[in-house]
Design a protein around this ligand. Structure first.
Ligand code: AKB
Length: 311
């Protein structure tokens, strides 16, 4: 059996995608590649490599006879504004390397885009699949460039590349860092640990969000869909729920005491440049995407999971 290579395997998505792939395809068939935060007790095949590194990646593909890559490594929006040159290198150059290797070794590729591909000129409500892409962050610029590269390689070289535009992701295993939507996950951890959270956005800030179980399920589902069903070769709109910042606090307060205050910082402008809700009907039609978690169900799961982890 050809192997699966996951780059960014120990980041927020990778940490939950890898176990799901291991369970589905066998632990020995998943190569988890990362650079930092590799857990000492990681159960599986692990490789340490910092990207971009074309030759290093090529060596791994040959060593393990890789057939599919989930290329998850990415610098997120807030971090990308601190180090825009590095964001370009990591997000775009490493994708170009993966796509060139996909040509050479006939690889199937998954690559994550984001709602950050949209910008202030995009319709903010129920943002359509095909619309204006004029992001104002370097992260968003790398996502638009990446989407177009994926589509180009698909039509020019026939490569099977699949992608979704992830909303803010909320998960128990790894707290996100360097993103704009991080508050929606951080509040759960701070609620359990300290009973207090200071938002860095206004209470009415509304963004599309998704619980990680749904994100992982949808990602694998897209990769398993027959190629002839797919009509989008840039990246699929992908959505579950949208809520205002104060609504997540109120949902947690139904379960426990939590004090919140609001001190908006530079991330507010990024949040304000993104859509508030996403029309993902094309994903639902083409490959049967359906989310399971809403805010209430996610909150129960997050609070019990975090309490269990830190007890
Ligand atoms: C971020 O906030 O930068 C990410 C994203 C929406 O892609 N979570």
């Amino acid at each position: 059996m050809k192997k699966f290579l996951v780059t960014g395997a120990f980041g927020q998505i990778g940490s939950e995608l890898v176990p799901a792939l291991q369970q589905k395809y066998g632990v020995e068939n998943i190569i988890a590649m990362g650079n930092r935060n590799i857990p000492q007790d990681f159960a599986g095949v692990v490789e340490k490599l910092e990207l971009p590194n074309f030759e290093g990646l090529k060596t791994l593909i040959k060593k393990y006879d890789v057939g599919e890559i989930y290329h998850m490594v990415s610098l997120l929006s807030a971090k990308g504004e601190e180090v825009p040159d590095l964001a370009w290198e990591v997000n775009v150059q490493s994708l170009k390397d993966v796509l060139d290797l996909a040509r050479e070794y006939k690889l199937k590729v998954f690559w994550p885009s984001s709602i950050a591909a949209f910008g202030p000129t995009t319709p903010r409500e129920n943002t359509p699949q095909q619309t204006i892409l004029e992001p104002t962050t370097m992260y968003g610029v790398t996502k638009v460039a990446g989407e177009l590269l994926c589509q180009y390689y698909h039509f020019k070289y026939g490569i099977d590349i699949r992608s979704v535009r992830y909303p803010g992701l909320i998960s128990i295993e790894v707290e996100p860092s360097g993103g704009t939507t991080d508050y929606a996950a951080a509040i759960y951890f701070q609620a359990v640990k300290n009973g207090q959270y200071t938002f860095y956005v206004r209470p009415d800030t509304t963004l599309p969000m998704m619980y990680m179980d749904d994100a992982v399920k949808g990602t694998i589902q897209l990769m398993e869909t027959k190629a002839n069903k797919l009509t989008i070769h840039t990246s699929y709109n992908f959505a579950a729920m949208s809520f205002q910042a104060h609504e997540v606090a109120e949902e947690i307060q139904k379960h426990m005491k939590l004090k919140v205050d609001y001190q908006p910082d530079h991330r507010q402008a990024i949040a304000d440049s993104w859509p508030q809700s996403i029309d993902d009907s094309v994903a639902r039609k083409d490959w049967g995407w359906q989310h399971e978690y809403d805010l209430a169900k996610m909150t129960e799961r997050m609070l019990s999971g975090i309490k269990e982890r830190f007890k």
